[in-house]
Design a protein around this ligand. Sequence first.
Ligand code: NAP
Length: 286
Amino acid sequence: MSELDNIPATHKAPLLAGVVGFPIDHSRSPLMHNYWLKRYGIKGHYIPISLSGAEFVAGIRSLPRLGFKGVNITIPHKVTMLGLADTVTDRAALIGAVNTIAFKPDGTIWADNTDGYGFIQNMRQNAPLWKAASGPALVLGAGGAARAVISALLAEGVTELRLANRTRQRAQLLADQFGAKVQVVDWNRASDAVDGAETIVNTTSLGMQGQPDLPIMLDLAPKTATVSDLVYTPLITPLLESAMALGLVAVDGLGMLLHQGVPGFEQWFEHRPEVDEGLRMAVLDR
Ligand code: NAP
């Protein structure tokens, strides 16, 4: 029995978690996790933590001593964290980046990437009839978010994945890593690759406020296609507007952000939270 076992539950220190990045002011994760903490009456805090590259390793190592159960990891530390963890989940290793860690009682760090999980859960919640395996997918972009989406679509049984990126070489590197189901298509021909694609996903930053629109036409998409945009500022991007105008199912990127937070919250605060309209409003309302 440890000294802590003698402390009444009401006197125990609050559970602590947070998000580490640089800069960190833009993160919506505190809004999300603190909404859940309040909603479920859990005594805990979720704190934004700014650590520069030079401070990162020592900063992360100090967190368990301060009582943190774990943290989310965001830009620019997602790849560095991979090398610092003692245990890395298969999906994080495949994606090549970490966004969620837990400090284990034996002093080790466990690391995961929940972006692909968040993407799939968002599709399931907002396009209930969608199935990755129902036909080819077209993924636009070949950055970090694309890696998560591609690995998740392949795990869900997509049969053919067309990949278009402005810098073709980056798309080719992903195709080489993920295997023969991933076929690179030319960025300038992406509107042709829409033909027959049942799943169309924008993982580029195009369409975001202050960025140019994505130069893709959806006219050739099957009537049964589902279109998802990872960009969520604005919530309805020009791509999603075009999808809706054509009567296609459109899924915004906010749900992915919310769902990717679920596994971390469950680990740290020992309660599986729900992604519902109240949470969406709380996160949008800033
Ligand atoms: P990243 O690694 O920097 O990749 C950026 C991607 O956008 C690359 O494919 C890049 O193409 C492309 N791109 C940027 N500017 C472009 C332009 N002017 N024309 C054509 N392509 C352009 O970023 P990331 O981490 O993958 O994130 C990408 C987007 O997804 C961001 O908007 C991010 O906020 C969003 N995201 C959302 C969620 C969510 O939960 N909803 C999660 C993760 C990311 P090149 O390779 O040619 O540079």
